[in-house]
Design a protein around this ligand. Structure first.
Ligand code: AMP
Ligand code: MG
Length: 357
């Protein structure tokens, strides 16, 4: 698949998607092609989930490891009963409470799901996105759409169409551009084949929200680990691969807020002294405290969803500015902070410094 393709970029109205543009993209999906489209979390790279050849091309163009399964996107709940061999009561409850939305459910797969879609697993991950363009595309295609994030494997996920163009232009058929995505981190992946249900990847729907509905929820240790986690029998193989990484070296500084600020400033000075170009990912509350390097605010500590929304875009922006090292402030692991810290630590390859120690 190194052949160069003509990629069509189409601007689409995110509130009232133009019918002819959706039909064009849906025809491409039906014919086994690849369409990048917006969801409320990040942009996805879609193919017909039931067409093994089409799904294989997703892995090829993304250079995604073949054992990293792909989430299947649906526009109607009925499709879940075709794709899953069993739908437990907990799934029914979660679907009616949180769909459409940033929650992916891992269920036993039925025979109609090609094993290339599930990365060889006997489970399938399914979600219904809360985005008019995504829903219109899935409906018009008449088939569930398998879609990982529309970035090259290992790179930060795309939150604007420009990121998709950077990574995949000339390799896919269509890019639907409906502006920036709302949430900015991927969906929460919840395994309902384990008891209690387990969060395999923290994301746009918080642990706290899930607890309210389910009572007991566990979190996979790899998802909150501060070190590279060696998974033998990976139920979520995505956890073990390099992810979200900017080209620059990256460090996350964790700890008490004032200690973080002192440590970030100290590290920035040290790297500048070594002749490096330094980028700092600060927050609204700390941005004025740094006077060296390229300083960007991720958002407010009192509004962690703003940080989630900006994170991947800022990682790419700092790369574009050619920094050698990115020093990022850690944030509290509550609400969307759990997903943000998971992404920051992995983007940094677990290069974590505890401030004040
Ligand atoms: P992405 O498509 O880039 O958002 O990544 C999809 C995530 O969902 C990865 O972390 C996968 O490992 C996870 N995933 C997809 N399907 C399954 C499955 N059947 N079981 C467990 N995790 C899954
Ligand atoms: Mg991804």
């Amino acid at each position: 698949m190194s052949a160069i393709k003509k990629t069509i970029v189409l601007k689409v109205d995110c509130e009232n998607p133009e019918r002819e543009k959706i039909t064009l993209a849906a025809n491409v999906i039906r014919e086994g092609g690849l369409v990048a489209f917006p969801t409320e979390t990040v942009y996805g790279l879609g193919a017909d989930a039931l067409n093994p050849e089409a799904v294989r091309n997703i892995y090829l163009v993304k250079m995604r490891p073949p054992d990293n399964p792909i989430i299947v996107h649906v526009a109607r709940k009925e499709d879940v009963y075709r794709l899953a061999a069993e739908v437990p009561e907990s799934a029914e409850k979660l679907m009616s409470r949180f769909w459409p939305g940033p929650l992916t459910l891992v269920l036993r797969a039925s025979d109609i799901v090609p094993r290339v879609t599930t990365g060889g697993l006997d489970t399938v991950a399914i979600r219904m996105p809360r985005h008019k363009v995504a829903l219109a595309l899935i409906e018009a295609s008449g088939t569930p759409i398998a879609a990982p994030s529309a970035n090259l494997a290992g790179r930060p996920s795309p939150t604007i169409a420009e990121h998709v163009i950077q990574d995949l232009y000339g390799k896919i058929d269509i890019i639907l551009d409906a502006g920036p995505t709302n949430i900015g981190v991927e969906s929460t992946v919840l395994d309902l084949t384990s008891n209690p249900p387990q969060i395999l990847r923290p994301g746009g729907l918080t642990y706290e929200e899930l607890r309210k509905v389910l009572g007991r929820v566990s979190i996979h240790p790899a998802a909150v680990s501060k070190k590279e986690f060696h998974i033998k029998h990976a139920r979520s193989p995505g956890l073990k691969h390099k992810h979200y990484a900017p080209r620059a070296e990256m460090i996350v500084v964790e700890g008490e807020f004032n200690a973080i600020i002192r440590k970030v400033a100290e590290l920035a000075e040290k790297y500048l002294g070594d002749g490096k170009k330094v980028g700092i990912l600060a927050t609204d509350e700390s941005i004025r405290r740094y006077n060296i390097g390229i300083v960007k605010s991720m958002g407010s500590r009192s509004n962690l969803s703003s940080i989630a929304k900006n994170l991947f875009r800022l990682l790419r922006e700092l790369d574009d500015e050619g920094v050698d090292v990115i020093i990022a402030e850690g944030v509290p692991q509550k609400g969307l902070g759990l997903a943000v810290m998971n992404r920051l630590r992995r983007a940094a390859g677990y290069n974590i410094i505890e401030a004040g120690s």
